[in-house]
Design a binder for this molecule. Structure first.
Ligand SMILES: Nc1ncnc2c1ncn2[C@@H]1O[C@H](COP(=O)(O)OP(=O)(O)OP(=O)(O)O)[C@@H](O)[C@H]1O
Ligand SMILES: [Mg+2]
Length: 225
C-alpha cells in the first residue's frame, strides 16, 4: 500500500550555534504530513515556522531526529542526493517575491531555467495560462505585480515537476489584492492534489488549511484539522 504521508517527522530538532550559545530553532517535532491538502504552520514570530519549512525542504538537515520523505529516511543522504531530491520534488517559495526569481530573465525564461535545473523541459505558455498569467511570457519580471511574481514562483516549482510546494509567508510582503492572487493559486494547487505546506500568520491563509499545525517556542503546540 502506498504511504499516504509525504513526510514523517520523528523527534526533529534544529539548534543554531551562536556566539551567545545555542539557540533552539525547533524542538522535538513529531508530525505526519499527508500527501494531499494544505498544511499550515502557524505561530508567532520566532516560533520556528521557517526553520521547520527549511528542514522539510531538505535545505538543511536537522540537528536531531528523523525525517522520512516519501517513505525514505533522509538522514543518511549525502549532500548531492539531498540536493537532487530537493530539485526534483520540493518547490520552496520565499516571502519576498524577488528572492524566488531571476530578475534578468523574462517570465517565460524563468520557467525554462527552473525546468532545466531539474533536467526537464516545460511549456511556459501552458503554465502561465494555468496561473492566470497568459500572454506575459516575454515580459521582464519587473513588469509583474508582487502577487503575479509570487504566482510565477509557484509556476517555477510546477516547471520543475515538483509534487510538494512549500511556501514561507508567501503573502506577507503583498497588498490585499496581490495576496488574493496567491491565495487563489494555493487553492488551485490543493485542488490539483499537490501537497502544499505553508508557514503563515495570515488568518485568511490559515483558514484555507486542511490542517493547521501550531508552533510555540519551537515546539508543536497542537494540530487542528
Ligand atoms: N540562522 C539563525 N541563527 C540563529 N538563530 C536562528 C537562526 N534562524 C532562526 N533562528 C532562531 O530560531 C528560532 C526560530 O526562528 P524561525 O525563523 O524559524 O521562526 P519563525 O516562526 O519563522 O519567525 P517569523 O514569523 O519571524 O518568520 C528563533 O528563536 C530564531 O531567533
Ligand atoms: Mg519565518
Amino acid at each position: 500500500m502506498p504511504d499516504e504521508m509525504i513526510f514523517r517527522l520523528s523527534g526533529v530538532g534544529v539548534d543554531y550555534p551562536t556566539a551567545a550559545g545555542t539557540v533552539p530553532g525547533i524542538r522535538d517535532v513529531t508530525l505526519d504530513v499527508p500527501r494531499a491538502g494544505m498544511t499550515v504552520f502557524a505561530g508567532p514570530s520566532g516560533s520556528g515556522k521557517s526553520t521547520l519549512l527549511r528542514v522539510l525542504a531538505l535545505v538543511e538537515p536537522p540537528t536531531r531526529g528523523e525525517i522520512r520523505f516519501r517513505g525514505r529516511e533522509t538522514g543518511p543522504l549525502r549532500h548531492a542526493e539531498r540536493r537532487a531530491l530537493r530539485r526534483e520534488h520540493l518547490g520552496l517559495v520565499f516571502q519576498n517575491p524577488p528572492d524566488n526569481l531571476l530578475p534578468h530573465l523574462t517570465v517565460a525564461d524563468n520557467l525554462v531555467a527552473a525546468a532545466r535545473s531539474a533536467r526537464r523541459t516545460c511549456r511556459p505558455a501552458e503554465i502561465l495560462d494555468r496561473l492566470g498569467l497568459p500572454g506575459t511570457g516575454a515580459w521582464p519580471i519587473a513588469a509583474l505585480s508582487g502577487g503575479q511574481q509570487q504566482r510565477l514562483a509557484f509556476g517555477c516549482a510546477l516547471a520543475r515537476g515538483c509534487s510538494v510546494i512549500l511556501a514561507d509567508e508567501p503573502t506577507s510582503q503583498l497588498d490585499r489584492a496581490s495576496a488574493d492572487l496567491v491565495l487563489e493559486t494555493l487553492r488551485e494547487l490543493v485542488a490539483q492534489e499537490f501537497a502544499v505546506l505553508v508557514a503563515s500568520h495570515d488568518d485568511r491563509l490559515i483558514g484555507l488549511g486542511t490542517r493547521v499545525a501550531r508552533l510555540r517556542g519551537g515546539a508543536l503546540a497542537g494540530v487542528e484539522r
